[in-house]
Design a binder for this molecule. Structure first.
Ligand SMILES: Cc1cc2nc3c(=O)[nH]c(=O)nc-3n(C[C@H](O)[C@H](O)[C@H](O)COP(=O)(O)OP(=O)(O)OC[C@H]3O[C@@H](n4cnc5c(N)ncnc54)[C@H](O)[C@@H]3O)c2cc1C
Length: 390
């Protein structure tokens, strides 16, 4: 692996850095999990899109820069180092778009991607159900074929940002194959303001209102909103789950920037005699750098035609545990002050450590729990015998 950047990559990085220095909003935007913050983050997506920074790796015709994976990594490093806002368009940019590129029609790409890049369409992911999280293939929400489209019924749960988003994409059972639950699933997209859709917020630990469940009662979806072949939605979903866990959901730039902030916090407030805490700060820096190096190796492999595959599970476990350790270290360093939320004027760093810690607690759960990822690592990467299924 050659880690030297080409001249063009160095120019790309410099252009991103200069643009971010000129445009990142100050003071920081309110949390995107609130109505006010969501609207502000949507405006930020439009600002990014105006100069084609909202989806850098997409083809130019859809609003991207056709950036390579290496350039995407560089952009992410610059983005997080500049302390730029969280990405409210992440579901659309990082999860739906890869599904559309791989399995969608040109019409779907032309209709949906430019609006997604501009933040005019913000997506929520409607995969999980109350009885179908880890065992996603046991999902019960149905898609029934009708002339010109499909009728959806059922209940989708744990949908991030759904309270304020515009549309959702999800998996529905369109045929029954009791012995083969992965068969007969269809991947569909639908508007959240469609007749028959009820969006019901779910309370979160931090009290923010964006998380929701979706109740679907005879919701019509036209044929042109099916992604891939009807009945083969599992394949579409699994292709994108690999992206989510392994690479695009949590770039190393995010943890590198957080670890640098933690080191700064240690220099400003740390007690030099507390070597145990100092070691944890060092571990966080080392972990962030290890994740960065691992990701560069993955990207090199993908550039040579490989795919993320089961290795995505390794990344998922690593980044979620790193995030938690990093935030726990920060809270221990801050003592009682670390417990102040972002609404408290005295909260250090605007309350981002307490806020980040609450969010990090969910990291080992969303995008597939770490227990499930460890099963995948044991069976598919280490070749250990299959565990007993529940
Ligand atoms: C903050 C947050 C955001 C989320 N956002 C979204 C979203 O936008 N869209 C969406 O569709 N979903 C979302 N989810 C849902 C998430 O994907 C599920 O919570 C997750 O897949 C786990 O499913 P579950 O909650 O049903 O738990 P369960 O599957 O019931 O698991 C409960 C526990 O049992 C363990 N377990 C289950 N089966 C096994 C097994 N075979 N072997 C070993 N251990 C097992 C699990 O690891 C877990 O610890 C989100 C969740 C969170 C917390």
């Amino acid at each position: 692996m050659d880690l030297d950047l080409s001249e063009a990559e160095r120019r790309f990085r410099a252009e991103a850095r200069a643009w971010l220095a000129a445009h990142v909003p100050r003071p920081a935007l309110p949390s995107l999990e609130t109505a006010e913050g969501f609207a502000a983050h949507r405006r930020w997506e439009r600002t990014l899109a105006a100069d084609r920074w909202s989806a850098v790796s997409w083809p130019e015709e859809y609003g991207g820069r056709a950036a390579s994976l290496v350039e995407w990594l560089l952009f992410e490093e610059e983005y997080h180092a500049a302390d730029a806002p969280g990405r409210v368009s992440q579901n659309g940019v990082a999860l739906l778009a890869p599904a559309l590129f791989a399995h969608g029609t040109p019409e779907q790409c032309a209709r949906l991607l430019p609006a997604t890049a501009r933040g005019d369409l913000i997506w929520s992911q409607a995969w999980s159900e109350p009885e179908a999280g880890s065992d996603l293939a046991s999902l019960r929400a149905t898609a029934r074929p009708v002339p010109g489209g499909w009728r959806l019924d059922g209940r989708k749960s744990w949908s991030s940002r759904a309270a304020f988003a515009d549309r959702a994409f999800g998996l529905f059972r369109s045929e029954r194959h009791p012995d083969r639950p992965h068969h007969g699933l269809t991947y569909l997209m639908f508007p959240l303001d469609a007749e028959g859709v009820t969006v019901r917020p779910i309370g979160r630990l931090d009290g923010k209102p964006a998380f929701a469940e979706l109740l679907l009662d005879d919701v019509f979806v036209p044929d042109h909103d099916v992604v891939g072949e009807p009945g083969r939605g599992w394949r579409v979903a699994m292709d994108t789950a690999g992206d989510e866990r392994g690479l695009t959901l949590r770039s190393p730039g995010r943890f590198g920037a957080a670890a640098s902030r933690l080191a700064r916090l240690w220099r400003e407030r740390g007690d030099p005699s507390d070597t145990a805490l100092r070691d944890r700060v060092a571990d966080a820096l080392i972990g962030a750098e290890a994740y960065r190096t691992h990701t560069w190796a993955t990207v090199s492999r993908l550039a040579e035609g490989g795919s993320p595959g089961a290795e995505a599970s390794l990344s998922k476990v690593f980044w979620s545990e790193l995030d938690l350790a990093l935030h726990e270290t920060a809270l221990d360093l801050l003592g009682p002050l670390g417990e102040l939320a972002d609404s408290a004027p005295e909260a250090p760093d605007g309350g981002r450590w307490a806020d980040g810690h609450t969010f990090a607690l969910a990291g080992p759960i969303y995008a597939g729990t770490n227990e499930i990822q460890r099963d995948i690592i044991a069976e598919r990467l280490l070749g250990l015998p299959r565990g007993r299924r529940r």
